[in-house]
Design a protein. Structure first.
Length: 226
């Protein structure tokens, strides 16, 4: 996927969030969990838009070696952080990316709380209506994520369950790595080691895809609950 193709997917999700928000008569039936999940997903999309804008060819590089981050002036009618962009700080792309992943696990958990377990009969039963995520179970998904290379080399997943499993795993380890706190059971030494190895193999473009996959799932789920 090119940078423009990443932007096209982002724009579709941003417009879906706006449509959902504007349907006020239906939105008032949401409970607290639904409202909070929506707000977190919307913030994630805002941060991702700014992250994409900071990358050029670096969007396809490994997360920890992306060297083509750049700062540019804002675009009209876009949710860009114009003051920060003018600082020309090349670290901002990674910071925006991390800020999005920071919010995603909580947004997903709140969306799960909206109604009955959405993963009945699925391997994603690991996301049952609990406030904790078992890192040992997530680490079993690491080999599936590790085979991902650049987004230009193949699809993100084989089916809905596969894409969602990979997306949640990526968001969780990315959040943990940036020291934003832990979700669920305390991580083991093995988990930290394996997480570090997995992140070293991840490319920026795959993290962007994972974030959008989760936002897409959240918006669809909240739309069903209006």
């Amino acid at each position: 996927m090119t940078k423009d193709e990443h932007l096209i997917e982002w724009k579709a999700l941003w417009e879906a969030a706006i449509r959902l928000f504007n349907e006020r008569d239906k939105r008032i039936t949401w409970d607290r969990f639904a409202r909070e999940s929506f707000e977190l997903a919307r913030i994630v999309l805002l941060y991702q838009r700014n992250a994409i804008e900071m990358y050029e060819d670096g969007i396809h590089e490994l997360l920890r070696s992306a060297g083509s981050i750049r700062a540019i002036l804002p675009i009209d009618s876009e949710p860009l952080f114009s003051v920060l962009m003018r600082s020309q700080n090349v670290m901002l792309g990674g910071i925006f990316l991390a800020s999005a992943s920071f919010r995603l696990p909580v947004a997903v958990l709140k969306a799960v709380e909206v109604s009955a377990d959405p993963f009945e009969g699925s391997e994603l039963r690991l996301l049952r209506r609990d406030a904790e995520w078992d890192r040992k179970k997530f680490s079993n998904l690491f080999p599936r994520v590790k085979i991902l290379d650049c987004c230009s080399d193949g699809p993100f997943g084989q089916d809905d369950d596969d894409r969602l499993a990979k997306a949640i795993t990526i968001a969780l380890i990315h959040r943990d790595d940036f020291g934003h706190g832990e979700v669920g059971q305390p991580p083991t030494v093995d988990y930290r080691r394996d997480r570090e190895e997995l992140l070293t193999s991840l490319r920026v473009c795959r993290i962007l895809q994972a974030q959008r996959e989760l936002c897409r799932w959240i918006l669809a789920r909240l739309s069903d609950e209006r």
